[in-house]
Write a protein that binds this ligand. Structure first.
Ligand SMILES: Nc1ncnc2c1ncn2[C@@H]1O[C@H](COP(=O)(O)OP(=O)(O)OP(=O)(O)O)[C@@H](O)[C@H]1O
Length: 472
């Protein structure tokens, strides 16, 4: 094969070569420019000057290129000696497809760079660019999902649904907790969202990129709890399993450990947990070495810790360690105004996961409001799921459909006083608007011009709103 470059300059173009190729590139491209080693423009052709809307090519000779083309990457090419064969550059809201090449002197040193605008319109490349963009978006979404998975959290604060003053207070305190690296104690009945909140606090905290590890103290047999928490040193057990096993504290290192049902922790383990919280050190089972851990603890319980401390089954020193910031989550029956918004969100989630369609009427929500919800939001989700499963496809869930599945539900349970659920603001406004239009039309016996006047809007706006209301 014919040798293109002399031996000492194998890696790039020479000035002579560029000179020879320039007419061809000039013709094929929408512009060309060259700079010296100090990134000063040494040459620019007429069509690039036109594209950049310069008064003339000579007006920019000697200027640093970034003063003329702010997004240029030519200085990078000169600095690294590496070509950029294809790049998209923004200039004055225009996207230019460019190719940049360094060039060399006879000794092989970079002495400048040359760039060609291959396309001054990315339109012909649209399929390629949109494919690239799509792949980029998919990649970002996959990265986000993966990060969430490795962190171990599914929930953020927006997942804690509720607009009642009680729910807003819970969220306010959770936000406070996420900004401070202190232990948090979550108190609330079963199913009130303690785990949702613990994950949300972690996700909004500085530890968000580190693991979130949850352990339900009540679900682990008492004799395994210590190993589960602090891990096992090699050879701690005789027999088959002689390997090291990390405990939850090691797994959560750098992140957050969620201790669910901390009230169920036996007293000996409470003493060990207290020591870890005080010293920041753990001692794996069968080891006599302490190792440091950096873990933020969020504990939760549905039990009455005051009573437990009084009867001596929960250590008060541990309680004060865990309870630097306390968040009490009220039971659902104390925030029934949230039933509407909770039902909509939960129904949406259920429908999405099961490929169903389902909506609940105000009467359906009123029926939910008559129940005392011992299982709180977890139970609400189950009730809605059952009601949806038992209803016809696409049927609205009304009081009858709800009462059919509510424990002890009967028609008598529907409250006599009207129950006003919290609805999304947009829906409340739309309903109020529809009612005002209806009343104005009735007052003016259907005369739209007068009704519009009464409502303080133009006739065309009234028509527009009426069309929207009738679904046209
Ligand atoms: N405020 C809320 N908004 C939306 N969903 C919620 C809310 N609170 C709880 N849930 C849902 O209710 C279910 C139970 O929540 P979670 O497990 O957080 O409750 P918990 O208080 O930790 O219960 P337990 O004490 O029994 O462990 C989950 O499906 C969760 O998604």
């Amino acid at each position: 094969m014919k040798q293109i470059f002399p031996d000492k300059n194998k890696t790039g173009l020479t000035r002579e070569l560029i000179d020879a190729m320039a007419p061809m590139f000039e013709q094929a491209s929408a512009g060309a420019i060259a700079i010296d080693v100090q990134s000063r423009i040494t040459w620019i052709n007429q069509c690039y000057a036109d594209l950049l809307q310069l008064p003339s090519p000579s007006s920019v000779i000697g200027k640093e290129i970034w003063r003329v083309i702010p997004h240029t990457r030519m200085p990078e090419v000169v600095a690294t000696g590496k070509p950029m064969l294809l790049d998209i550059m923004e200039h004055n809201e225009q996207q230019l497809v460019v190719s940049r090449l360094p060039y060399y002197d006879d000794n092989g040193a970079v002495v400048g760079a040359v760039a060609f605008v291959l396309y001054d319109d990315v339109q012909p490349l649209t399929p390629l660019v949109s494919k690239f963009r799509r792949l980029h978006q998919d990649l970002a979404a996959a990265r986000k999902a993966l990060a969430k998975k490795t962190r171990g959290t599914r929930y953020s604060l927006t997942d804690f649904v509720g607009a009642s003053p009680q729910a807003l207070e819970v969220k306010r305190r959770a936000r406070l907790a996420s900004g401070r690296d202190v232990p948090v104690l979550l108190l609330g009945e079963t199913g009130t969202g303690k785990e949702v909140l613990a994950q949300a606090i972690h996700s909004a905290s500085e530890r968000a990129e580190k693991p979130f590890v949850g352990v339900n103290v009540a679900a682990v047999p008492e004799n395994l709890l210590e190993a589960e928490f602090f891990g096992v040193a090699p050879g701690a057990y005789t027999g088959a399993d002689k390997r090291t096993r990390d405990g939850k504290f090691q797994l959560a290192n750098g992140g957050t450990l969620f201790l669910d049902e901390v009230g169920d922790m036996p007293l000996p383990l409470q003493a060990k947990l207290l020591r870890v919280l005080q010293e920041g050190e753990i001692e794996p089972l069968g080891s006599n070495k302490l190792s440091s851990v950096d873990v933020r603890v969020i504990a939760a319980t549905s039990r009455n810790l005051d009573e437990m401390m009084a009867e001596g089954s929960f250590r008060s020193d541990l309680y004060y360690r865990l309870n630097v910031l306390e968040i009490w989550i009220p039971p659902l029956r104390e925030r029934l105004v949230d039933l509407g918004i909770l039902s909509e969100v939960l129904l949406g989630e259920i429908c999405e996961s099961q490929g169903l369609r389902g909506e609940i009427t105000d009467a359906g929500i009123a029926a939910l409001g008559a129940y005392h919800w011992p299982g709180n939001i977890r139970e609400l989700r189950n009730v809605l799921e059952r009601a949806l499963t038992m209803s016809e496809e696409g049927e609205l869930l009304d009081a009858g459909a709800i009462l059919k599945v509510l424990p002890g539900g009967d028609a008598e349970a529907v409250p006599k006083t009207p129950f006003r659920p919290v609805r999304p603001l947009a829906r409340v406004i739309a309903l109020a608007e529809a009612q005002a239009i209806e009343e104005a039309l009735a007052a003016c016996r259907g005369n739209r011009t007068r009704a519009a006047k009464l409502l303080g809007i133009s006739r065309s706006v009234l028509y527009e709103k009426m069309a929207k209301l009738s679904g046209n």
